[in-house]
Each structure stands twice: as C-alpha cells, then as structure tokens.
Design a protein around this ligand. Sequence first.
Ligand code: ARG
Length: 457
Amino acid sequence: MKLWGGRFTKETNELVNAFNASLPFDRRFYKQDIRGSKAHVTMLAKQGILTESERDVIIGGLDSILKDIESGALPFDETSEDIHSFVEANLIERIGDPGKKLHTGRSRNDQVALDMRLYTRDEIDEMDTLLLSLLKTIYRIMAENVHTYMPGFTHLQKAQPVTVAHHFGAYFEMFKRDRSRLKDIRSRMNYCPLGAGALAGTTYPLDREYTAKLLDFDGATLNSMDSVSDRDYIIEFLSAMSTIMMHLSRFSEEIIIWNSNEYRFVELDDAYSTGSSIMPQKKNPDIAELVRGKTGRVYGALMGFLTTMKGIPLAYNKDMQEDKEMFFDALDTTKGCIQLFNGMIDTMKFRKDVMEKSAMAGFTNATDAADYLVKNGVPFRDAHGIIGQLVLLCLDRGISLDELPLADYQAICPVFKEDIYEAISLATCVEKRITLGAPGPAVMEEVLKKHKEYLGL
Ligand code: ARG
C-alpha cells in the first residue's frame, strides 16, 4: 500500500517503484520502527491527541505485527515502499480506523531519523560487546605470556626483544580506544529526533522530551531541520569501524607473517585455517587474509557516504536513503571480522622456542650490549660503534652476540668482562625495561592489573 496516492493521477512506473523502494534493506530495523511508533502513540495519548483506548488498540496491533514478523507469519510484502509504510498499512489492515491515527504529528522524515538512531545505538552496543570479548582474549594471552620472548620489530627488521604480552598489549590499547570512540559517538548521537516532523516541527502539542525519555534518549534534539537531515553519527560510526578494521587488518597482517613457513612463530588452529585444492601441504591463514581484505569495503562505505552527504541541501532529500545499504554492510562486516578474529587468536598456538630463538638470532640485544659499555664508562656514541663492529664480526661468522667468545669482545674493547653474557641475555634485556609501558615483567604485571580492572574480571 502507498501512503501518498492522493495527488497523483497516474500509476507509478514499475522501475521507479523498485528504484525508490527501501523495504528490501530497511526491513532490518522493523523492531526499532515499531518501538518508535509505540512511544509516539504513548506520547500522543498523554497529550490528549489520541484517546487512551485508541492508544491501546494501536499498541496491541503493533505488538501483534512484531510477533508475526518474528515468527515468520507476516512476510515482508515487497509492494510496500519501505518499512514505515509496511507497518502502517498492516496496522490499518489489522485494527482499522485507529490505525490511521498512528502517523499523527509525524513524518517519515523524523520517523526514519529516529529508526536509524535507535538501530545505530543497538549496533554500537553489540559491537562494544564484541570488542570487549576480543579484549578479554587479548588479556588472557598477555597474562599467559609475560615471559614469552620474541623480537620486536621496526621496519620489519628485528629491533629489540619484547614479549608476546607486550606485543599483544599494543593491540589491547588500540581496541580499548576503539571502545571509547564508540562510547563517545553513542553519547553524542543519543538525542531523539521524533517530533521534528517533515522538517519544521508540527502544530500538535507534542511532548518531545517525554518521547525521548520513553526511548532512553538523553533528551530531544533542538533543531527540527537538523534532526531530519543529520547523519553525522553514521559517518562517525563508519569512521570508528574503519579504524577498528584498520587495527584488525594490521594485526591480521602480523599473524599472516608469523604463520608463514619462514617465521613459524604461531600455529593457527585447524578450525580457523583452510587448505588448498591442489597443494596438499597447505594450511592457509584465510581468515586473517579476509579480515585484511574486507577492511577495504568498510573504508569504501565511509568514503561513499561522505560523498553522498556532501552536496545535500537542508533538509531531508531522498539521497539520504543511501545511508543504509553500505552502512549495514559495514556493520555486518566489522562485527563478523571482530568475532572471527577473536576465535582465531583464541585458538592460536605460540611456538615459544622459535620466537625466542628468533629474538636471539637477530641482534635484538645489541642496544643492551651498548648500554653495558655505557654503564662501564664508555660514551654512548663510542659504544654504538664498538657494538656495530662486533655485530659485523658475528655476521661474518654466522653467530649471535651471545656466542661470541670473550676474547673477541675484549680485542675490540677491553671494558668487556665475563658479565657481558648475563647483561645481554634475553631475560635480562626484557627485565631491565622497567619504565611503565615497557615489556619488563614487573611493569607488565602492573599494566595487567589495570586491564583486569578495566575488563571487570
Ligand atoms: N525510505 C526513506 C529513507 O530511508 C524513508 C523516508 C522517506 N521520506 C520521504 N519523504 N520520502 O530515507
């Protein structure tokens, strides 16, 4: 059923109907649409615009529609233009005349603005729960690996020794910030646009603050034109999702590298890997690759919608219906990626011996060897040069600094004593890093305590 046939003398072109319709995708927020309508009629009755019995009949009808959509008894009839028309037409079919009063003092413009906010808010909460669960997995891995040494990299070259706890701790911070971004967006958008009407409010004495309260908003929006045409919060959310995906993608890239035949730092669980149709030996990190790959479409949704919005004059224009499909795709993609990624790292095994050996082999303790000299009175710049020469010597012989005989150390600089080996052992190198935020076990335990509190564990 159409909500607007009155002033038309011709049937709408069939292609126009299909082109214009949003039901195929806005049906996903039927629950929010019905919730908004119930709040609206509750407010209308409180203001004496509807009688209490009209309110009750309408709410009864809306509840039965909700029930029937959920049970599948009421399939979405594709002849409706959008979810709003679908629910209203169905209501009128079910309860007759009172149903025709549902839309009093309301336009689809403020209705869709409300639905999108309600839906976005629910999605923010769901995404937050998924991030929290990912953070719990990262925390567990950190707590179990305070003493698991691995090389830390810069330029993808071995730099200084760190621990798995420290490396994962970096991602803990990123996803923690992602959560706080979601929280900010939620609080900024949490104002109710209903009552803005088509663009200029309405002549009915609506109690907008009351509707806002019924729907758990912090208040009503303050400008009706902005209320029906603001989609900033979707752009912000798309941007936050892009950042989450960027973090997941970097992490995925590392796992792909660690899982490679050359590195062998980790072993992905069979349940989270895939095989090759031709090469029987293969076990591929497809999940990590897909997460990395899907990042592109979330960025695409952000760019696409920014572009859609950039030339739209106030107030509502149909362009804004384009706020849905790519946004929904971005939501599904991001939520799916967080979930899959979480499962993948939760089941991943660390080859601690390989990681440790790799940290030893890459001169990651060279800075500590230089620090040893500094502590024994050699200026840092000279120490840097001396260790450089020793590294060259080791490279020549294919050995690590730990394996270089003391005589060779002393031949280049007599300051070296037997305790150099202790000073450059991996354990010492990590343990000596005692500044807050460093991998040293004592400070790491402090950080873990803060994380535990943050996670409510
Ligand atoms: N399907 C429309 C949208 O998503 C609903 C609002 C329609 N309003 C209008 N005046 N045509 O934006």
